[in-house]
Design a protein around this ligand. Structure first.
Ligand SMILES: [Fe+2]
Ligand SMILES: [Fe+2]
Length: 257
């Protein structure tokens, strides 16, 4: 079974990039299931219309992150839509779910969304223990985790901790694709960060002058806005043996439109 995972979609142009291309990519790479991180579809957060657009573009499951709850209109949608996930290790008062199981012709697949604790100001629960708790509840043999985290060490540590017990773990949040995709010793596919989907000439998808202004100490007068121009789609492909639930091949993906 082949999984296509797509990194954080930034802004309307990121969503549009997927709209024209994701189904084509799925067909070209014969992907059976597609998971897209959508937490930046509104640049900061995502609204239900953007989520619907990402589903229509070809996503089976949308994962989120530290901006999951930014748009109040999403809260009800999270409760009503099991295929969109917010991080599982947030407060139990958080709307929506942090993991889901879906049946496919190749077997049942679980997708889990977790958030890291290094450099994140949400005070989430320990993602290592949360992952253990969720694994005990699952019936799926194919288990995928989007670990939305800042620190490369935290992402690698969770992947190695779960090696051989899950099919693949990919990192999101830092928006820069890492060149370390591999299969860990016990059979889990892993990449520290998928990268992003959005404007090529940008800083993490945002207009460069806005990001530079922040570092120069300019007060933030307007919300971050997406950069314009040509877009890229970044992510990764993981081949999973449905019998063992382990990864047999993986590769990073970048398409510039
Ligand atoms: Fe994030
Ligand atoms: Fe992000």
């Amino acid at each position: 079974m082949r999984i296509l995972a797509i990194g954080d979609v930034v802004g309307g142009n990121g969503v549009s990039a997927l709209t024209g291309t994701l189904w084509k990519l799925r067909r070209e790479h014969k992907a059976d299931l597609c998971v897209v991180n959508g937490e930046n579809a509104s640049v900061v957060g995502i609204n239900p219309q953007e989520a619907e657009a990402i589903f229509s573009a070809g996503a089976d499951v949308i994962t989120l992150g530290n901006h999951a709850l930014q748009k109040y209109t999403l809260h009800r949608y999270l409760d009503d839509t099991p295929r969109i996930l917010r991080p599982a290790n947030l407060s139990p008062l958080t709307p929506g779910m942090g993991w889901t199981e879906t049946d496919t012709p190749q077997g049942r697949v679980a997708v889990i969304n977790l958030i890291g604790r290094c450099g994140m100001d949400f005070g989430p629960d320990n993602p290592f223990y949360e992952a253990e708790r969720i694994l005990k509840k699952l019936t799926a043999r194919i288990i995928l985790i989007d670990f939305h985290a800042e620190a490369t060490s935290e992402k690698a540590a969770l992947a190695w901790h779960l090696d051989g017990r899950i099919s693949a773990l990919w990192g999101t949040h830092t928006h820069v694709q890492t060149s370390d995709i591999r299969i860990l010793p016990k059979g889990t596919g892993f990449i520290t960060d998928l990268g992003m989907t959005g404007a090529v000439d940008s800083i993490l998808g945002v207009r460069p002058e806005q990001s530079i202004g922040r570092f120069l100490g300019e007060p933030k007068r307007v919300p971050y806005t997406q950069a314009e121009g040509r877009c890229k789609i970044e992510g990764a492909l993981f081949d999973i043996d449905p019998k063992t639930g382990l990864c047999t091949a993986c590769q990073a993906l970048r398409v510039t439109l």
